[in-house]
Design a protein around this ligand. Sequence first.
Ligand code: GUN
Ligand code: ZN
Length: 441
Amino acid sequence: MTELLIRGRVLTFVDEPRDIADTNSYRYFEDGALLIADGRIIAMGEYSDVARIAGSETPVADHRPHLVLPGLIDAHIHFPQMQAVASYAAQLLEWLNTYTFVEEQKFADEQHAEFVAERFMDELLRHGTTTVAAYCSVHPQSVDAFFRAAQARNMCVIGGKVMMDRNAPPALCDTAQSGYDETKALIARWQGKGRLHYAITPRFAITSTPEQMEMSGALAREHPEAYIQTHLSENREEIALTRSLYPQAPDYTGIYEHYGLLGRKTLLGHCIHLSGREAKVLAETGAVAVFCPTSNLFLGSGLFDRDGLRAEGARIAVATDIGGGTSFSMLKTLDEAYKVLQLRGQRLSPLHSFYMMTLGNARALSLEDRIGTLEPGTEADVIVLNSRATPVMRMRMDVASTLTEELFLLQTTGDDRAVEQVYVAGKPMKEALGEGAGEKT
Ligand code: GUN
Ligand code: ZN
């Protein structure tokens, strides 16, 4: 049995914080430790207690004075859009047609898909993100490249082949039948292999015919083990076009509802402009509204109404939405989430931010028994954050006196530079990460 003792200031959430003073929502050990064996956490607590359980030969990774947290989770990201980040467009549909659909066509080439997948996984890890729910391109080979790159790093990821059979370039379109067949084959190949999970992925109602929606519903019924991911109510123009394509539906949400696509394993990107009825449907079905703040600001899509959705009882996750989103960093994402909610007159406490990036997103993905926490028995995806990583952070930390102050400055001024180390299933990864840039070999 390979054991490792990780020492540092250990912080993990046990519940959603009610407010900034809710000390019952987390566990914190100033001189804490995790004992890892065979990829799992087997003990968490005070260093002196945990060290006693460990074998005398067990190596110690001493990360003092840094924070030790669960790996961060990103609930909505597009792997083929890594090179579409920072593309200049007025809003969503123009951005999709001008840049995204052009970029995604390159993933017909398996070598290109592999090249990007390797760099994508490394970039996630460099930012402290150990789990994502990702859209691949329409090409099955992009899904193979995505899962192979995750498997090589032993990462817990969710991914799926985008299905779209209209309103996209012909080179990016499947058909209702081929989308169904290819998705079935990919589920058989990847679902439940090691730490990999499949997501049935009709891109959004605009790019799927009613026939493809029907087939997506069939896939969902035939594969309750799989996730479903799509986009919902991101942009006014998108909503108007969607309504014209599905005139019988009561609203945008009603389309996915009609085809049986809403349930506890459904992840709905954006959910910005929902009516009261739509929010209720999300709450009743347990479908998750995924808040993508950097993307919503970048594409001018609108301001997510977290409190409105919460009041109806809807489940909420948070995500980067690369490449509509502008940063791989979940710290920066929560920084922007804070600002979006400020504009809404809603508060986001630093405790709540760190909860959302870890246990909150794990719960949204129904994976809280495995990730998003440092509880014994869970898988050892762990990050180490340095709150003094930059001159600005050091200056600010010099006058910080509480844990919540520290978390807030990490969120507001931190990014990949604050990530000292990242463990995937107990294995340190930072030293092995590629540079990201460079020529294709
Ligand atoms: N809606 C449909 N596809 C996309 C996408 O790739 N990005 C975003 N932000 N919205 C979408
Ligand atoms: Zn998206």
